[in-house]
Design a protein around this ligand. Sequence first.
Ligand code: NAD
Length: 343
Amino acid sequence: MKIAFFDAKPYDMKFFNEVNQSFGYTIKYFEYKLSEETAIMAEGYEVVCAFVNDNLNKEVIDILYDEGIKFIAMRCAGYNNVDFKATYGKIHVVRVPAYSPYAVAEHAFALIMTLNRKIHRAFNRTRDNNFSINTLLGFDLHGKTIGVIGTGKIGQIFINICKGFGMNIIVFDKFPNEKLDVEYTTIETIYKRSDIISLHCPLMKETYHMINKESIDMMKEGVMIINTSRGGLVDTDCLIEGLKTKKVGSAGLDVYEEESEYFFEDFSDEVLDDDVLARILSFTNVIVTAHQAFFTKEALYNIAETTLCNIKEYDENKKVQNEICYNCLNKSNCQRNVTGKCF
Ligand code: NAD
């Protein structure tokens, strides 16, 4: 199997090369993202390996299909950047459903701790010989109400961390898990009662901009909003407005709706063209991390291993466990249980 690997970073190459020693595939690393302009580079390969900010729209899928690509291995859990209508019946798509839910849940909690106790500001102050603690006042997390939206793999680990802090936890999920020992409630109650809201649900049509003017209006004065899921869940303009009116007390964002232009790249020598991103970065009560919640050694190893296992299953004509298709997403009949593949 020859794999065209897009948006390759040094850490990807390190972990994939290490894990690939026991698979023996040919991997060509391209540093640029997959797009309508770069898809041509996949010619002569059988598999495309892509990540969160690669573009897999209909135009790109059609180019890849014409080049003979039969398999797209997403090396991430989210798949909102793939046009599954375009891939269906043409190109099989797999993902890595879980690589380290601990990594993301722990990062979400790190954002809460940092924002609440203002560690980012304290760090800068003491390095400047400023030992004043004025304006660094936080609050006890113990006894505060945290609203968790999405109780899947990451949400569940995040809930356990919150339990350890003695927080009052309320949760919302479109598909509640009865096995969990948590208080499910309505989304409106999450908005109205939470001191902190943390998003752990996927980005879909129905969740797009779920944090908007209307939902922010329902929230408590000074609410903290944490998003480690996908940028599109939050209407950034409304969040900025909420921060300006102080309705939103603070925000921790590992993702941003227009992140594909910037995240994972170094622009330290340039002027930011994105005024919305520049404005959000200007608040001292906002922390933006560049989609790094997943970024632990364990996660990178698991990503490489699961991605290559996914490819191996297809290569050996076995059931492709982590395949996902248009029918899977629409919960209609999928062939995978019968034929081992979605179509
Ligand atoms: P998961 O599939 O295990 O859980 C998602 C949960 O969201 C499920 O319980 C599902 O029922 C629920 N859900 C679906 N639609 C919903 C809706 N409309 N409202 C509320 N809940 C809904 O996924 P996960 O592994 O827990 O990952 C959660 C999200 O985290 C992913 O979608 C991905 O976008 C994001 N993620 C981010 C990073 C990062 O580095 N920042 C890394 C991995 C995943």
